[in-house]
Design a protein. Structure first.
Length: 279
């Protein structure tokens, strides 16, 4: 995940799940640059996924209504779902991770943050934990710790997992949005979507996720990588601007919810969007 530095300004937003404030910093022209993606097949897949999403979304759509009625019956079926011992154990461990705030005074948290820097910029010396250099990675200011308020240490763990396991995915020509803050928003979105703060998820995607977690203890971390790749593919397919980031994130969430509701998804590898990790 080697990020390529470029001159850019990052917004100053008050919370992680509201990244649309101070958008004036992102209103500059792109100098005629074109968004390029070296994998045409992936771009086509994301466009098809977008078309599928558009066809299904909307309360006035007969197809959307049919999906909702069918989904309600399936939700009723899963309300009485009983966790297996391994699912319960792994869910508990995951929920423990959710409650760990990022603490800039903890040496292990400092070490993790510095490790992320070296993954992103292996040939650039970091001058300090508080430095203007962090903006090159997509943090909002010189102190990355202020960006973790809404999601905690797990969002840094997610970014590290992504960078360590899929390093080539962070090396495309230009990131048109703040990479690090976008990653935190993806973590926050997944936690909400899967209802992970509840004792047991109460929605179909969350309950189906527990099946994936029972098969793979790293299911949440891998799902994060899938979600980030899907979000980025949607961004490119929609030719989005920074002011449309929340819309892109919502489209990504909708697509993941549908994939997690499919009957034939038993492992994280069964998700259609999983293929984006190996495009």
């Amino acid at each position: 995940m080697r990020l390529r530095k470029r001159r850019q300004c990052f917004p100053s937003c008050s919370s992680l799940h509201r990244v649309d404030e101070d958008e004036v910093y992102w209103s500059r022209k792109k100098g005629g640059e074109e968004l390029e993606w070296p994998h045409n097949s992936t771009h086509l897949l994301s466009q098809l996924a977008q078309c599928f999403t558009n066809a299904m979304v909307g309360p006035k759509s007969w197809l959307g209504g049919l999906f909702n009625r069918f989904g309600n019956r399936r939700n009723e079926k899963f309300l009485g779902y009983t966790l297996t011992p391994i699912q319960e154990q792994r869910l508990h461990r995951l929920q423990e991770r959710l409650h760990i705030p990022f603490d800039e005074t903890r040496p292990d948290h400092q070490k993790a943050l510095i490790k992320l820097w070296h993954i992103a910029f292996p040939n650039v010396v970091l001058t300090g934990l508080i430095s203007e250099q962090w903006k090159d990675m997509g943090w909002q200011g010189p102190n990355p710790s202020t960006d973790f308020r809404g999601c905690g240490f797990i969002s840094l763990e997610n970014l590290l997992f992504f960078g360590q396991n899929f390093p080539e995915e962070g090396d495309r020509a230009t990131w048109e949005y703040p990479f690090a803050v976008a990653g935190i928003n993806v973590s926050f979105m997944l936690i909400q979507m899967l209802d992970l703060y509840s004792e047991k998820p109460k929605n179909l995607p969350g309950l189906n996720f527990l099946k994936l977690l029972g098969e793979d203890e790293e299911a949440f971390d891998v799902l994060y990588c899938v979600a980030f790749e899907l979000m980025d593919a949607q961004w490119l397919a929609m030719h989005a601007s920074y002011m449309e980031f929340n819309e892109v994130l919502q489209v990504t969430r909708t697509q993941l919810q549908r994939e997690l509701s499919l009957d034939d998804v038993h492992r994280i590898q069964d998700l259609p969007a999983y293929n984006l990790l190996y495009k």
